[in-house]
Design a protein. Structure first.
Length: 195
């Protein structure tokens, strides 16, 4: 079976790092929504005299958010269609809530649920201070709003997102990325993905 794995979670939890470690052991198309849409979003924001790193304004949410996610989805569908495993990296908050979204992706690829094994890895941190420290250490200008408004950011984010997809409960893993990302943690994650 092909594997379609979603690495989800909020900023600073280490979604991309965890996914990269797993991808080193499981060949896949590695689709990070920030990489796929980032340059286009920055350009459109600049054209509208806005901060190119904005991902929190109403303008971004109404005009660009779905553009990024839908482009990532289209690339995912194409890779599934040609037989690739796919790792998807982004929060996918709205998509996880939409019961039909995953079925539509699989159907659009010409596959069925018997062809594609869907799993969700929710990357979390128990320690909010560690999350903030990781965001600061990565030094991304895009995170400025989160850091400047940390108290409201912390309270408004759903750290374990609702997952309304019709997939087995044991296809969802909460991955606590606190502390060191050890070889043992990655080996356990890969066993989950390959099961």
């Amino acid at each position: 079976m092909q594997r379609l794995v979603f690495f989800v979670g909020v900023a600073g939890t280490g979604k991309t790092t965890v996914a990269e470690k797993a991808a080193a052991r499981i060949p896949c198309a590695f689709l990070d929504r920030d990489t796929i849409g980032g340059r286009f979003v920055e350009h459109i924001l600049k054209m509208n005299n806005m901060d190119p790193n904005d991902r929190d304004s109403q303008f971004y949410k109404e005009n660009l958010r779905d553009l990024e996610y839908d482009s990532t989805k289209d690339i995912c569908i194409e890779n599934l269609r040609v037989g690739q495993n796919v790792f998807m990296i982004s929060p996918f908050t709205a998509e996880l809530k939409n019961k039909d979204w995953i079925d539509e992706v699989i159907a659009a690829s010409g596959k069925s649920k018997t062809d594609v094994d869907v799993k969700v890895v929710v990357v979390t941190l128990d320690d909010m201070n560690q999350q903030r420290q990781r965001i600061q250490e990565r030094g991304t200008v895009r995170d400025t709003w989160k850091l400047d408004n940390w108290d409201s950011y912390e309270t408004r984010v759903d750290f374990i997102p609702a997952i309304n997809w019709d997939i087995p409960q044991d296809h969802i893993q909460i991955f606590d990325n606190s502390g060191e990302l050890t070889e043992e943690k990655i080996a356990n994650l890969v066993r989950f993905l390959e099961a």
